[in-house]
Design a protein around this ligand. Structure first.
Ligand SMILES: [Zn+2]
Length: 281
């Protein structure tokens, strides 16, 4: 299994591992290359899971999507260097959380995607797993600006949309999903060495719905009742469940990549979290 995983981490999966002639060859290929832009945050994820949890999950989705499209005659994928910083105020009271402003995030996404579009790559998908409303809203704003200004096709699977969440696990549907069973399972499936399983097993269930708390206008984890920067039930996490969830997430991502190339959008419109953020009480 270890060996298999190593071979899947092939050099060709990553944009930045290639040389410029290899990128040139990609641009001239018969198939279309969709660039996957992994986005996350560096922020507190409980006492058991790494600060980079969200980026690790985004990369896990990207790895699996690239593999699934590896021999596709029409659509292939390549992973851009990840953006491991996000708008992250809720976890700001915990050491390790690095916040960047909405303006910085938007400018960075627009600059990177504009540069790639000028290079000749018309298809990019933002692969995000940090769900703070102001962060998700900024991603949508960046996509709107890019489409209006450059014509680059930017896809996005917004997991905060109801129909997306419905396809995921019970914990995710209840929005008890910050470093809980859902996220911890995904990290266990991708980077098991980064989860402190001894600590994980001692953590009690924290039944707090982020959607409810955010809906009430609360914007800080401790005030929400996430005293150790997690909710849900991390003690119940497993790599097997993580792999099962990756199956669903990867399917969504691959479908979005195909839709993007075939001119059928591939971009979700803002969901619940965004409406909350747009209408603050
Ligand atoms: Zn997270």
């Amino acid at each position: 299994m270890k060996e298999l995983q190593r071979s899947m981490e092939a050099r060709e999966m990553y944009f930045a591992n290639l040389s410029w002639p290899e990128i040139e060859a990609r641009l001239k290929a018969k198939y279309q290359t969709v660039l996957l832009f992994p986005v996350g945050a560096t922020e507190a994820h409980g006492p058991h899971s790494p600060l980079g949890t969200d980026s690790i999950i985004s990369l896990g989705m990207c790895h699996r999507a690239v593999r699934e499209l590896e021999d596709d005659p029409e659509v292939r994928a390549l992973i851009l260097p990840p953006l491991a910083y996000g708008v992250t105020r809720y976890a700001g009271g915990f050491p390790g959380t690095i916040h960047i402003s909405e303006a910085t995030l938007q400018a960075l996404i627009i600059d990177v995607c504009t540069s790639l579009s000028r290079m000749g790559f018309p298809y990019i998908i933002l692969v995000n797993n940090h769900f703070e409303p102001e962060h998700v809203q900024t991603l949508h704003g960046s996509i709107d600006a890019l489409i209006a200004e450059t014509g680059v096709q930017v896809g996005y699977v917004d997991l905060t949309r109801r129909e997306r969440a419905q396809a995921l696990t019970e914990e995710f549907k209840k929005a008890e999903c910050h470093a809980g069973r859902y996220e911890t399972s995904l990290v266990l499936a991708e980077r098991p060495e980064l989860v402190d399983e001894a600590v994980m097993q001692t953590l009690p269930y924290v039944p707090v719905s982020l959607v409810q708390q955010i809906g009430q206008g609360i914007k800080e984890f401790r005030q929400m009742g996430l005293n150790l920067a997690y909710n849900g039930a991390p003690a119940e996490a497993s790599a097997a469940e993580g792999e099962m969830i990756y199956g669903i997430l990867t399917n969504m991502l691959v479908t979005a990549a195909r839709e993007l190339v075939h001119g059928r959008d591939g971009r979700d419109l803002p969901g619940f979290y965004n409406r909350v953020a747009l209408n603050p009480k």
